[in-house]
Design a binder for this molecule. Structure first.
Ligand code: NAP
Length: 278
């Protein structure tokens, strides 16, 4: 039996095993996907045993950047954003890739019907997920990206990396009034912060700034409708949550590991079932 898994800290509540194990079963592949809760100080040990134990893995918080040093090769999608979310073990070599980028772009197209070419985006959050989102938008010829994070240095650092890649990017420290002004002039708003996961989280934007022409993508998928999505829908905006991104990044990783395209409906049903049982 081939073994795959997700390495992160913490990973207990991940939906990835449900989605991947359903796809293995559906295709009759003798494989299992498990969770590996690995503390940052133990990451080297985990990778030292990788080739013997695993055929492939996903990588999540807080290891997406730190994993790079343990790999033999890093594909361009992961190298340009400086974060790996998928590792493939091939002929004794560990290869790192990033399927969050293509997962986000596929969800943007399928779930939101949004074409980035020539448009203006405001992205809340400048962590690993925002890196995948913004480099994906740049690859689709977005006109400009405004990054907003509680951590001004993090936002500035991502804006610099994007600018180096030729993207018109600017950054500010999170400030609700400034965010509202920027949204009035934007075509796309992406929430790449964890704000909205918990009941009682602060309101990220003033609902009145969400105009009808604005498309809203919230990377959060639990709850399925965050306050941001509820308000966006009330205002007549197109809105999508992060379930599609989770699904498509997983489907792409599965294909990289097995060479087989999984049935995305099977994976989606497994995700929805797993979400209901949380
Ligand atoms: P991360 O690396 O922790 O980055 C989140 C960033 O958002 C941090 O810089 C944080 O700043 C900032 N932030 C938090 N609250 C904020 C607020 N109210 N206003 C502005 N900035 C704020 O996390 P991540 O890996 O990028 O993930 C971000 C979110 O996306 C999480 O909810 C995660 O579950 C989700 N996600 C979804 C998918 C999917 O497939 N759907 C994939 C990846 C991630 P501080 O560090 O100062 O708090």
């Amino acid at each position: 039996m081939r073994r795959y898994g997700l390495v992160g800290y913490p990973v207990k509540h991940s939906l990835s095993p449900a989605m991947h194990n359903a796809a293995f079963k559906d295709l009759g592949i003798d494989a299992e996907y498990e969770l590996f809760e690995v503390k940052p100080q133990d990451l080297g040990e985990f990778f030292a045993a990788f080739k013997e134990r695993l055929a492939g893995a996903n990588v999540t918080i807080p290891h997406k950047e730190a994993s790079i040093e343990y790999l033999d090769e890093v594909k361009e999608a992961a190298g340009s954003i400086g974060a790996v979310n998928t590792v493939i073990s091939e002929n004794g070599r560990l290869i790192g890739d990033n399927t969050d980028v293509s997962g986000f772009l596929e969800a943007l197209k399928n779930d939101l019907g949004f074409k980035a070419d020539g448009k203006k985006a405001v992205v809340l959050g400048a962590g690993g997920a925002a890196r995948a989102v913004t480099f994906g938008l740049h690859a689709q010829n977005i006109k400009s990206v405004f990054l907003i994070d509680l951590d001004a240095r993090k936002a500035a650092s991502l804006a610099i990396d994007l600018a180096k890649a030729g993207c018109d990017a600017a950054a500010i420290k999170y400030d609700k009034d400034a965010v509202d002004g920027l949204i009035l002039n934007a075509d796309l708003l992406v929430n790449a912060t964890p704000c909205g996961m918990k009941e009682g989280d602060p309101e990220l934007v003033d609902a009145r700034s969400m105009h009808k022409g604005l498309a809203v993508f919230d990377l959060i998928y639990n709850p399925a409708k965050t306050a941001l999505i509820r308000e966006a829908e009330k205002r007549g905006c197109r809105a999508a949550n992060g379930l599609g991104m989770l699904l498509y990044q997983g489907a792409k990783a599965f294909e990289l590991w097995t060479g087989k395209r999984p049935n995305s409906n099977v994976m989606k049903e497994a995700l929805i079932k797993a979400l209901r049982s949380i």
